[in-house]
Each structure stands twice: as structure tokens, then as C-alpha cells.
Write a protein that binds this ligand. Structure first.
Ligand code: ZN
Length: 309
């Protein structure tokens, strides 16, 4: 928050305290919150878990929003301009926002949290155009680097509360470890030959690598490429050849593409059903279990296990 705003805010608080007559605390006890803006909700959730009462978090991309295609509105640019700290994913997930982040970097602490992950742990697509897979939040081991980056960013900005951020991060990392163990044990219920995850776009490669599942997406790493009839046909062949029973839709992508695959398989005499909706690039509604990272992860695991076991 800008300094003069801080004064106005502080004066307001002082008035409230004085008129309330119930507190002898100085202004120090009523500090203003750090204004944090993030892109995807998964990152906003980290900031809330690490920053707790010290932060006010605003995530630009809500439920159902596709970060690959997302263009910042004037309102978003205002939020980013007014933020004290910005955390975004990076690795070109927010493909249309590169220029804005480059500009913000010159003005305030701006962190691409996924870029804190050691390069050798990142997945790179082979083929004509090399690209780094940005969907790192599906490998909990990798997402922990993002948690540490948020922790360090908050400490850098607000060293007075270093101990809080460290303690909160430690607790959150423990919860993530538990989540990972729980996910692995549930996924083990799926027979080995059925451990194939078919989705609309290629968001689950890290997930597949982490849990030993084969992953197929109709579209590539980003949703900005069109898929063609041949892509549909290829996927239909995989489904039939490997006798895969279920495919999954994603909350941030139109069902149309995956419906085309189901339809194509049916024409070939292979029945495939929609196994349910997965949260890939966006989380669920705020206030619902799927509106948190851990909740969305559990939802995905349950949906996958239910459909494939
Ligand atoms: Zn994606």
C-alpha cells in the first residue's frame, strides 16, 4: 500500500481505537495488511496459508478461468499496480501477461514462484518447439518450492514477522506431505493397466510422473493451440487400444473437445464415459472445499480413483 494511504488508514484505525476506548494498544498492534496480488488461485492459497492475518490476498483468476488465454483487464492492472507484492506462476503459464510482469518487476517485488524450481526438475516437451511444462502444482514435491518462494518473499518484505511466516510454512508443508501420501495410497487402488489419465489439455504430466500414471491430453501444454481431427483420432485409437474406460473434463476448458473424443470412440465401437470434472488450471469456488489447493487436489484424486478403479 502507498505510504500516504498507510497514514490515512492508520489515522482511521487510531480514531476507531480512541472512540472504542477499549484498547490501550498503540498503532503497532493494528498494522495494515500486506496487499498481495496473485494470478491463479493455487498461488493465492499459498499466500493465505503462509501470510494468514498479515496479508490481504487477491487472485485475479477465479474458478473456470484459463490462465493460458487470460488477458489482464484494466481492473487487473490497477490491482497489480496497487499491490505490495505480486506472486505469479511463470514458466509462461500466464502466456498473455508477460509484458505486464516485466513492467511490474521494475516497480515492486514480483515473483514467478514456479521458476524457483530447479531447472532439471522441470518437464520439457520434445519435438519441434521446446516448451517448459508450467503445470508444476500437480507434483507436490515441486509445489513446495513455490511455498518456500512465497515464504521468502513475505519475509523479505516484512522481516518483522519472519517467525510467523516460517512457522506457517512449516505447518503447510507438513499438510502437503500428508496430502501426497494420501493421494498415493488412494491411486494405488487403481489396477495398474488402468492407470491412464485422458484429459482435454496436457496439464497432468507432472501429476503422472509423480504417481506413475500415463497421461494423454488432446491439446498441448497450452490451450492456445487448436486441436484437429487427427488429434481426436489419435486419442480415440489410444482409448480403444488400451481399453480405457473413462476420460475427464477440466473445469477451465470447454467440454466440447473431450466430447468429440467420447463420440469418436463410440463410432469405433469403444464405449468411453466421462469420468468427471477435474480442476486443472483453476480451482473451485471460494468457500467450497475445491476452492483450496488441498481440496481441489483431493477432489481430483477421488474423481480419478472412482472412475478408473
Ligand atoms: Zn494448462
Amino acid at each position: 500500500m502507498k505510504k500516504w494511504l498507510g497514514y490515512v488508514f492508520g489515522a482511521g484505525l487510531l480514531l476507531i481505537v480512541m472512540s472504542g476506548c477499549s484498547s490501550t494498544e498503540t498503532n503497532k498492534g493494528n498494522e495494515e495488511k500486506i496487499n498481495v496480488t496473485t494470478t491463479i488461485g493455487q498461488i493465492g492459497d499459498i499466500v493465505e496459508n503462509i501470510g494468514k492475518d498479515h496479508v490481504q490476498v487477491d487472485s485475479l483468476m477465479g474458478p473456470g478461468i484459463d490462465p493460458h488465454l487470460y488477458k489482464a483487464s484494466q481492473g487487473d492492472i490497477n490491482k497489480l499496480s496497487n499491490a505490495d507484492i505480486i506472486f505469479y506462476n511463470g514458466l509462461h503459464l500466464e502466456g498473455k501477461m508477460g509484458e505486464i510482469f516485466a513492467k511490474m518487476k521494475g516497480e515492486k517485488p514480483t515473483y514467478p514462484v514456479a521458476e524457483a524450481i530447479p531447472e532439471e526438475k522441470l518437464l520439457i516437451t520434445q519435438g519441434s518447439s521446446k516448451a517448459v511444462d508450467p503445470h508444476v502444482w500437480f507434483d507436490i514435491d515441486l509445489w513446495k518450492y513455490a511455498v518456500l518462494e512465497v515464504r521468502d518473499g513475505l519475509i523479505e518484505y516484512d522481516p518483522d514477522h519472519k517467525e510467523d511466516y516460517e512457522k506457517n510454512a512449516e505447518e503447510y508443508l507438513e499438510e502437503l506431505t500428508k496430502l501426497q501420501e494420501e493421494a498415493q495410497s488412494k491411486l494405488n487402488e487403481i489396477p495398474e493397466e488402468s492407470r491412464v489419465l485422458v484429459t482435454a489439455h496436457d496439464a497432468f504430466q507432472y501429476f503422472g510422473q509423480a504417481y506413475g500414471m500415463e497421461v494423454k491430453g488432446l491439446q498441448g501444454l497450452s490451450t492456445d493451440s487448436e486441436y484437429g481431427l487427427r488429434d481426436v483420432q489419435n486419442l480415440v485409437n489410444v482409448l480403444a487400444d488400451q481399453n480405457i474406460k473413462a476420460v475427464f473434463i477440466e473445469s477451465s476448458i470447454s467440454e466440447r473437445s473431450i466430447n468429440a473424443v467420447v463420440e469418436g470412440a463410440r463410432k469405433k465401437g469403444h464405449e468411453v464415459e466421462i469420468g468427471g470434472e477435474l480442476f486443472s488450471d483453476a480451482m473451485g469456488e471460494k468457500g467450497s472445499p475445491e476452492g483450496t489447493y488441498i481440496g481441489m487436489y483431493q477432489h481430483n484424486i477421488e474423481t480419478i480413483v472412482e472412475a478408473l478403479k
